[in-house]
Design a protein around this ligand. Structure first.
Ligand SMILES: Cc1ncc(COP(=O)(O)O)c(C=O)c1O
Length: 420
């Protein structure tokens, strides 16, 4: 067996559909963000006329908390106190007061009994769901069609039976729930804000259905914490139903600008996951300095109502402009603006042209991150983007989308830049 050959063939097949991924190294300078410097990927591109002073439009550091001076100071302070690594798993010398303070802070923030932190929200989802669904005999999982890979991995890993309901379709969910015996254990797995579409979920209605059909609820609030609800407590909180959701998952990496993930729930559920989840037990705990920085970040985020309002106002302004220009996008009240190119090739090309000709960096999003045929440029506006920055980007998008013979002019530029 030639293993390398086997892997290579699959890569070639994947790339032939245009799904190969390239990474762009970016310096997200604290002082100048959203203007930054791009490390040009190779000599060939170095010879093109990309301006290194590029505006970043696709960061999930939604509130610029990774650049917050108080948070940075706290991280440095703790590194000086206890060093960098945690030195072990939570069980084997890897629990510090900083970890415990963060868990306490998260539980208070969500107004729940207890919290448990993980090295990422991906790990939190994967291992919490796998553990719960494995350990609850005969459980049936009800999973939204557009759920994140971490949720899907957790469900699959548990080998529990799973019914998939159409995206955000409560009628379909109810139909599937009603087909099962009321006494059979059930769990509904969903997200409060679908990050690739920017669509918000009515958490209240999901909880109502869960109560009716005797189901647990597992809610991913990764893209909502920090931004929605009072003090950024998320959409369940905004819907005044947070207490009734059995398990809420969040990240420390987006609205809070650090790294790591967590769940909040009642004490028994947290003790259960803490005792049985391999992704919690058998891995080195997060760096103490990150736990301390995340705690500081949450403290600050709670008071950032002005910045939250600013983001939503700017996102609304951006969408009004897109509407006027007839540029296709997925409309919502969220801070996420997905501009549809539909084809992967066009998403990649527009991204490249924006970078090369308009000093704007927007990562193209395509299959398998979104369904085939729905490729897009996903824009996120942060408090540091000005109205002038938005107008500049709108001008660039207008020129790209309004090219007289789009396909022809696009492919001409593509050929010139050897990307087709
Ligand atoms: C819906 C959702 N859940 C979970 C995650 C994982 O979050 P993290 O980056 O903290 O691992 C992501 C990542 O983007 C996500 O979009």
């Amino acid at each position: 067996m030639n293993y390398k050959d086997l892997l290579q063939k699959q890569l070639i097949k994947f790339s032939s559909k245009g799904y190969n991924r390239t990474f762009t190294p970016i310096y997200r300078y604290q002082e100048t963000f959203p203007f930054t410097k791009i490390d040009l990927p190779n000599e060939k591109i170095k010879n093109t006329k990309i301006n290194p002073e590029t505006t970043i439009w696709c960061s999930n550091d939604y509130l610029n908390m990774s650049h917050n001076q108080e948070v940075i100071n706290r991280m440095i302070e703790v590194i000086k106190e206890v060093g960098t690594g945690s030195g072990g798993t939570r069980n084997i010398s890897g629990t510090t007061p900083y970890h415990e303070q963060l868990e306490k802070k998260l539980a208070n923030f969500h107004e729940r009994d207890a919290a448990l932190i993980f090295t990422s929200a991906y790990v939190a989802n994967q291992t919490s769901l796998a553990t719960l669904c494995k350990k609850i005999p005969n459980i049936e999982v009800f999973s939204d069609q557009l759920n994140h890979a971490s949720l899907i991995e957790g469900i699959k890993n548990s080998k529990a039976s799973c019914s998939i309901f159409r995206h955000n379709d409560l009628d379909h969910l109810e139909l599937l729930l009603s087909e099962k015996d009321l006494e059979q254990p059930k769990i509904i797995v969903f997200e409060s804000l679908y990050s690739m579409d920017g669509t918000e979920t009515n958490v209240y209605e999901y909880v109502k259905l869960a109560k009716k059909y005797n189901a647990l609820t597992y809610l991913d609030e990764v893209h909502a914490v920090g931004l929605y609800g009072k003090g950024g407590r998320g959409i369940a909180f905004k819907n005044k139903i947070s207490n009734a959701v059995d398990i809420i998952n969040g990240t420390l990496a987006k609205g809070f600008g650090q790294i790591g993930g967590y769940i909040v729930a009642n004490q028994t559920t947290i003790d259960f996951i803490r005792s049985f989840a391999p992704g919690f037990i058998f891995t080195t705990s997060m760096m103490p300095s990150i736990a301390a920085a995340a705690t500081k970040s949450i403290e600050i985020v709670e008071s950032l109502d002005d910045k939250r309002t600013d983001i939503f106002n700017k996102a609304k302004y951006f969408k009004q402009k897109l509407n006027l220009l007839d540029i296709p996008f997925i409309d919502s009240n969220s801070h996420i603006i997905p501009i549809l190119t539909y084809s992967t090739k066009k998403a990649k090309l527009f991204s490249k042209l924006l970078l090369e000709q308009y000093n704007s960096y927007i990562q193209p999003i395509f299959y398998p991150t979104v369904p085939e045929g729905s490729a897009r440029l996903r824009i996120t506006i942060t408090p540091k983007h000005s109205i002038q920055d938005i107008d500049n980007l709108i001008g660039a998008l207008k020129r790209l989308f309004n090219s007289e013979k789009p396909e022809q002019s696009i492919s001409a530029v593509a050929r010139q830049n050897q990307v087709a």
